[in-house]
Design a protein around this ligand. Structure first.
Ligand code: ARG
Length: 582
């Protein structure tokens, strides 16, 4: 049973306010003893012409308020707040049985049924290394996709590959001049980066050399746009080889896409966009280029066609959003792209709006900050400051393995090399993922190995370790034949430590919805971190297997089970796996 929902319904009936509005206003009191839910009466003051404390005092006597609770709730007021306190035993039983029956799908809902949500994320540039910055969009976008899917939306995962633009003319020229076929097969991205850098170095040699190279590059890009066979074949090869490399990383991280339509896909649709903007009288000439002026919106003009007639990034995005709407009639179209591109998206959405497409309001730019390394010597970065994601993941899993091995040795060496490797991959990748997601997405991350791998800190290793510890208790219960028993026993979980765990488990469902609404997976990470901390406090203070009272033992084991399911569910929403033993 969803108590918050029932309270919102009852309050809505008593006050005439909209239920959703009430739901948004209901708070969780800062102290457990104050109750489970609180409703602030300020909103009613205007219509009722009374002071909020007076309203609260009168409202609390309304019998409609406790309808449907079968005596499981008491209502009280404190100043302007009405506090609802659910009977601890009943709450415990409700929450634990719900989780045990839903298992690791706890937190799912069907609020998104029948709605298409496009989530565009990752979108790396072909022929360039996949670096730690792309990891942010990849991890954040994957988590948001998981969360929306769990809420019942039909999620379509888009990877808007950066696979088009004048730089491909340069690459074709460079490849013909200096490309090394063997290197290309061994490590295509390194080789493509090498010749791209060489192109720019050679341009610096003399103005003549520069002119010759640039002319050739422009010519090659034009041929590519016109569909010349040889140029298209080369470009396609660069694209395929790069994608193969990216896909290895995606596979390692357990990330999938439904759609890889990159920028190139939309290039043929741009003339139609230009025509549409022209017919609506939105396109203006400016220094030979074509732009949409956005003065009224307080934005600089959006460049659609360059003075040399070639199209650019923004035009491809306009074509893309029209295509997405046509194909998927989206409820939301979400772009998980770094904050530096905020202006670009504002412009694209504003152009849509000006052109009369109201679905511009359903387009959302979900921006994020930067990853900064506290210790910049952690990597030797030859080419600029780029840290490749694969190197970062390798280094993390290596460091994780050292810790896992040491812990295993302390226990007398209870893990094989293979087990250590397997566990370190899950825990290491989890640690990286968690680091990206654990704070608000717009904040920069100051990355530090020790923080990230602290088994006692606010980290994935801590959460996965808590999960594994619970699984070991549950295995022991099985082995000693004390598992099973009635779920009704959960009504015994009313001691303070137990109640704290129950309360945080109950709040998990709301955290999931809030994470989706604000595009902030940290609302989930924060909640499961709280659950784990509450659980560990309970675990340190109470016996679980060695209690004489069968019913108490059963109740505590059920609580363990519920916590494990909820942690697994939350971690999975973030894109983090678990291990059964570590
Ligand atoms: N490829 C771009 C980059 O790496 C990101 C693409 C963002 N998505 C978009 N629809 N413009 O910076």
């Amino acid at each position: 049973m969803d108590y918050k929902d029932l309270i919102a319904s009852n309050l809505s009936e008593c006050t005439g306010l909209d239920k959703d509005q009430i739901s948004g206003l209901i708070e969780i009191p800062p102290k457990l003893e104050m109750g489970d839910f609180a409703f602030p009466c300020f909103v009613l003051a205007k219509t009722l012409h009374k002071a909020p404390p007076m309203i609260a005092n009168e409202l609390k006597e309304n019998p409609e308020l406790v309808k449907g609770f079968d005596g499981a709730v008491t209502v009280d007021c404190a100043g302007p707040y009405i506090n609802f306190k659910i009977d601890k035993g009943i709450l415990a039983k409700t929450v634990v049985s719900e989780i045990v029956s839903e298992g690791d799908q706890y937190g799912n809902r069907n609020i998104g049924e029948g709605k298409n949500v496009i989530i565009e994320f990752s979108s790396p540039n072909i022929a360039k290394p996949f670096h730690v910055g792309h990891a942010f969009t990849t991890i954040l976008g994957n988590s948001l996709s998981n969360i929306y899917t769990r809420l019942g939306y039909n999620v379509i995962r888009f990877n808007h590959l950066g696979d088009y633009g004048t730089q491909f003319g340069k690459l074709i020229t460079a490849y013909r001049l200096w490309g090394d076929e063997k290197a290309m097969q061994e490590n295509p991205i390194d080789e493509l980066t090498r010749i791209y850098v060489k192109f720019h170095d050679e341009c610096k040699v003399s103005p003549e050399a520069e002119k010759e190279l640039e002319d050739s590059a422009r010519d090659n890009f034009r041929k590519l746009e016109e569909g010349e066979e040889e140029e298209v074949a080369l470009w396609k090869r660069f694209r395929d080889l790069s994608l193969e490399v990216f896909e290895k990383t995606y596979k390692r991280m357990g990330i999938k896409f439904d759609n890889y339509n990159g920028e190139s896909f939309y290039s043929s649709r741009i003339p139609a966009v230009v025509e549409m903007l022209e017919s609506k009288g939105l396109l203006e000439e400016s220094e030979g280029a074509k732009v949409v002026k956005l003065d009224d919106e307080g934005l600089p003009p959006c460049l659609v066609v360059k003075s040399d007639g070639t199209t650019i990034y923004a035009s491809r995005d306009l074509a893309a959003v029209l295509y997405r709407h046509e194909e998927f009639n989206f409820y939301k179209n979400i772009y998980v792209v770094g904050l530096p591109q905020q202006l670009h998206f504002k412009q694209v959405f504003a152009v849509l709006k000006k052109a009369g497409y109201d679905f511009a309001d359903d387009c959302v730019h979900v921006g994020f900050g930067l990853l900064k390394f506290k210790d910049n010597t952690a990597f030797s970065t030859r080419a600029g400051n780029i840290i490749k994601l694969d190197d970062f993941l390798d280094k993390t899993t290596e460091k994780t393995a050292e810790i896992i091995r040491k812990n295993s040795e302390l226990r007398g060496g209870d893990m094989t090399d293979e087990q250590i490797a397997e566990v370190s991959e899950v825990v290491g990748l989890g640690a990286v993922t968690y680091t990206y997601l654990k704070a608000g997405r717009e904040k920069d991350i100051f990355f530090d190995w020790d923080d990230m791998l602290d088994f006692e800190g606010d980290t994935a290793p801590y959460l996965i370790y808590t999960y594994a510890r619970i699984k070991s208790i549950l295995r022991k219960a099985d082995e000693t034949g004390v598992a099973g028993g009635s779920i009704d026993s959960a009504a015994k979980l009313t001691a303070e430590d137990e109640y704290a765990v129950i309360r945080s488990l109950a709040d998990f469902k709301d955290a999931v919805v809030k994470a989706a609404e604000s595009y902030e997976p940290f609302m989930i990470s924060r909640q499961i971190a709280l659950i784990a901390r509450n659980f560990n406090r309970f675990y340190n203070n109470s016996r679980i297997l060695n209690v004489d009272d069968d019913e108490v033992r059963t109740a505590r084991l059920k609580l363990c089970e519920a916590v494990a399911f909820c942690l697994k569910s939350g971690l999975d929403m973030l894109g983090i796996g678990v291990v059964e033993k570590m």
